[in-house]
Design a protein around this ligand. Structure first.
Ligand code: SAH
Ligand code: SF4
Ligand code: F3S
Length: 468
């Protein structure tokens, strides 16, 4: 293979590219005996995209390895949600560059949400010439073509306009127990701090018939759990005519009969009474909801473009708690949004006190290039933001522990997903409410829904033993 010459790098329109049949590539034996390493950053969406990428590269002859140093092809599937995600990726790329100095034939590939940012593409072209292939979130399925092209030249191919939803994709799934199923791509909400609508494009729902046949196939393959994925799952179908609503889709997925159905992420604005009813009345829809708050201050929520007030959020929260027995609710919260005062922050703490979340993911606001919030006046010092985050985390952790302690001495059903890293004699899995449990149990419980007595509750996990 020839070393790429950056002068030959070319930004093309993906629609010009013909899809190359994996069988033809295998017959050419271009990548026979070659290894690949993939590292994934970011949310479940990216984790699931990695399952697609694995299928594509394995389909043309590559075998997965666990160390970048053993790979002929290194793929970084990146996240752009906060600045530190960017720093982590370029940190790892530094190691790849070093490795490539001794093995110039190694192919380095950057994809995912960061690759979809024009500023990152420019940065790569200017300062990271050892990177061979860059592709975005809209043309992942084209990777085999890009790899073949790479033999001739460096390729940067990042379409800025999302294409149609592509059906018939195959995945190399990480688990044979629990599967992700995309029900939509992109997001139309444009919260003012968030880069996702730019990196993933506008909302595109899949047709329900395609989703249902994918879930039916997973049921036949013996999957015990399916998680429906989307940045805004409960806005499902709103971009299509003659399509089911999210509660209707959920009911039909539930009818297929897989024991555990989950979904992430729900937006409070699209959370209807009908949805609450479906979750409450269907046994195989798990009583667990991730309901991002972002801020407890109505003033900040307005600046964030979240479309609900503190009071509306609390009303919804109460309705969910009242109607869905034993429901667990988790959330996301941003501190230090531009202009957030101590008073605004106290509103956030008040909502956390009222909601007593099972868990909360907390972040310091990170300005993202091209979003409206990037340009908002922000005069709160970082030290103050860090102190707010620490105060928030203290409270959040108290409630996580309290929520977990309710499980002490209770018998719960755990879907055992694999061996535990807490000891040779242990396996781990999740309750219906998504609590991680480490269980003293034989390995043959893996893949089964097992009755477990909880013996210890910690802030972030539970310990238990199998009930005989
Ligand atoms: N679609 C989901 C999650 C999007 S990203 C939703 O609407 O809730 C996951 C979380 O990252 C967000 O909920 C938010 O809390 C956080 N986040 C997004 N952009 C951010 C930014 N610029 N700075 C800090 N946190 C951010
Ligand atoms: Fe981002 Fe808001 Fe869309 Fe979630 S709903 S992905 S926070 S723009
Ligand atoms: Fe990150 Fe993209 Fe997900 S920005 S959070 S990987 S949608």
């Amino acid at each position: 293979m020839k070393l790429p010459n950056l002068q030959e790098a070319k930004i093309r329109n993906s629609r010009e590219v013909q899809y190359i049949d994996a069988q033809i590539v295998r017959d050419l034996s271009l990548f026979k005996g070659k290894n690949y390493f993939i590292k994934t950053y970011g949310c479940q969406m990216n984790v699931h995209d990695t399952e697609l990428i694995k299928n594509l590269v394995e389909g043309i002859g590559f075998t997965e390895v666990e160390k970048m140093e053993d790979a002929d092809l290194v793929i970084l599937n990146t996240c752009a949600i906060r600045e530190n995600a960017h720093d982590k990726v370029f940190g790892f790329l530094g190691r790849c560059k070093h490795e490539k100095e001794t093995r110039p034939d190694m192919i380095i590939c950057v994809c995912g949400c960061m690759a979809q940012e024009p500023s990152v593409c420019e940065e790569i072209l200017d300062r990271h010439k050892y990177i061979d292939i860059v592709f975005g979130t809209h043309n992942m399925h084209d990777l085999p073509n890009l790899l073949i092209d790479k033999i001739k030249k460096t390729t940067i191919e990042v379409p800025s306009i999302e294409g149609d939803v592509i059906e018939g994709l195959e995945y190399t799934r990480d688990s044979h127990i629990s599967a992700w199923v995309n029900i939509m791509y992109g997001c139309d909400k444009f919260c003012t701090y968030c880069i996702v609508p730019y990196t993933r494009g506008k909302q595109r729902s899949r047709r329900s018939a395609n989703i249902l046949s994918e879930v039916e196939k997973l049921a036949l393959e013996g999957y015990k759990e399916v998680t429906l994925l989307g940045q805004n799952v409960n806005a499902y179908g709103k971009d299509l005519q003659d399509e089911l609503s999210f509660p209707e889709l959920l009911s039909k997925v539930s009818d297929i009969g897989i024991p555990r159905i989950r979904f992430v992420t729900s937006h409070p604005w699209d959370f209807t009474d009908e949805l609450i009813e479906v979750i409450a009345t269907r046994e195989n829809i798990m009583p667990y909801i991730h309901l991002p708050l972002q801020s407890g201050s109505s003033r900040i929520l307005k600046l964030m473009g979240r479309r609900y007030t503190k009071e509306e959020y609390l009303t919804l929260f109460d309705k969910i708690k009242k109607n869905i027995p034993n429901v667990a609710i988790t959330t996301d919260i941003i501190v230090g949004f531009p202009g957030e005062t101590e008073e605004d922050f106290l509103d956030t703490l008040e909502v956390v006190r009222k909601c007593e979340y099972d868990n909360a993911f907390t972040f310091i606001f990170s300005p993202r290039v091209g979003t409206p919030a990037e340009k908002m006046k922000d005069d709160t010092p970082l030290s103050e933001k860090e102190s707010r985050l620490a105060r928030l985390n203290c409270l959040v952790n108290d409630y996580s522990l309290k929520a977990n302690q309710k499980y002490l001495n209770e018998v719960v059903e755990v879907l055992v997903t694999g061996p535990s890293d807490k000891g040779e004699n242990k396996v781990c899995g999740y309750t219906d409410t998504m609590k991680l449990v480490n269980v003293i149990a034989p390995k043959d419980t893996i893949g089964k829904i097992t009755k477990v007595k909880i013996t210890e509750a910690k802030s972030f996990s539970l310990n238990g033993e199998v009930v005989r």
